[in-house]
Ligand binder design. Structure first.
Ligand code: DAH
Length: 357
């Protein structure tokens, strides 16, 4: 029996020498030390021995068990070490390598301008508002003191919405439905809300039947409206100056040039001094290439016409105000460093262009 115990250790060592993973190890474990394994079978033989023999063999059996356990422990550790080594090779990572930068986009040039403009007027207390892009022509024209068939309306080359079945121009509660040709439709709508005083900056899309280097069929305007018990051209001029200096630079100035709009009285065009010739009209004796006589045209402005205040449900003897409406794209294109000679490129979705800004 002693020999058989010794042989068990020798056989076990031989069997374990070809074991390299846990599954194979378990097979050997069952064969040698399982409930019906070789060791258990040998131990059954103890019962037939005399008391003295039991003592001797028992001792040998205990030392054999200890050696068997040590053998299993040794191989277990060998397998675990090999696993760790394999994982280290597999998952090796150089944390000092530069990372792969995720590609991050940015806002479109026009969206950036809208944010900048909103921000400047917010500092003066103007609150951003939104008004419909598809509206009745009452708000786009009539309420702005432009009666039906008034020739001034021709300047606003308007898109009308047609019913897809009848092909007739759609009639809404407030007249024919149009794609708003300017953001001025927001003036009377804002007054109708009845919250006074008003300091509104409404920025939105406008649509006109035109497509040239200076005109895109869809473009944006920002409409300012101030309505209060007291209001003056001086305030309008102050707002224009503040905007021009904040947006274009401290060295720029503005002028109000008399003009005509049906919805303002008096009316003006706002010009800003040219960034190239600084308002002089020439550089080193040569006529400035960018501007007309030192000034660039920004857009319309004026004191709100009493009829418009009336249309807004307010008493023109109590309330007065000023308004202005300028193109976002045109304003942005006039900023130093933006060198765009055709407005339509903004909407061609050419990433080579868009990524430059
Ligand atoms: N709505 C005018 C346009 O699109 C611009 C304009 C002129 C807006 C004078 C105003 C204003 O608010 O007072 O040409």
């Amino acid at each position: 029996m002693k020999d058989e115990l010794e042989k068990l250790v020798v056989d076990l060592t031989a069997a374990l020498s070809s074991v390299h993973d846990t599954a194979a190890l378990e097979v050997v474990r069952v064969e040698y030390v399982g409930r019906k394994g070789r060791l258990a079978e040998l131990m059954k033989g103890l019962a037939a021995l005399s008391v003295d023999e039991k003592k001797v063999i028992g001792q040998i059996a205990n030392s054999v068990k200890a050696r068997v356990e040590a053998e299993f422990a040794r191989v277990e550790k060998m397998i675990a070490d090999a696993d760790v080594k394999a994982r280290m090779t597999r998952e090796w990572l150089d944390v000092t390598l530069p990372g792969a930068a995720p590609s991050v986009g940015h806002l479109h040039l026009v969206s950036q301008a809208i944010e900048d403009i909103t921000d400047i007027f917010r500092r003066l207390g103007f609150v951003r508002a939104r008004h419909p892009e598809i509206d009745g022509d009452y708000y786009a024209f009539e309420a702005l003191n432009m009666p039906k068939d008034h020739p001034a309306r021709d300047e606003w080359e308007t898109f009308f919405i047609r019913d897809s079945h009848s092909a007739e121009v759609m009639q809404g509660q407030k007249g024919k439905m149009v794609l708003t040709p300017h953001t001025s439709n927001g003036q009377v709508r804002e007054m109708e809300k009845g919250v006074l005083p008003i300091r509104m900056i409404s920025i939105g899309k406008c649509y006109r039947r035109q497509s040239t280097a200076r005109h895109s069929p869809m473009f944006h305007q920002f409409e300012g409206l101030v309505i209060d018990k007291k209001s003056s051209v001086t305030e309008l001029k102050g707002v224009c100056e503040y905007f021009a200096k904040s947006y274009f630079g401290a060295d720029r100035t503005t002028r109000l040039r008399p003009y005509h709009f049906r919805f303002t009285e008096p009316s003006f065009e706002l010009d800003i001094s040219c960034g190239i010739c600084k308002g002089v009209g020439s550089v080193g004796g040569v006529k400035c290439k960018l501007c007309k006589e030192g000034w660039l045209e920004l857009g319309g402005a004026g004191m709100v016409h009493p009829n418009v205040i009336k249309a807004g449900g307010l008493d023109p003897d109590v309330y007065a105000g000023f308004a202005f409406g300028w193109g976002v794209e045109r304003t942005m294109m006039m900023r130093a460093g933006v060198n765009i000679d055709d407005i339509r490129i903004l909407y061609r979705n050419d990433l080579r262009f868009i990524r430059q800004f």
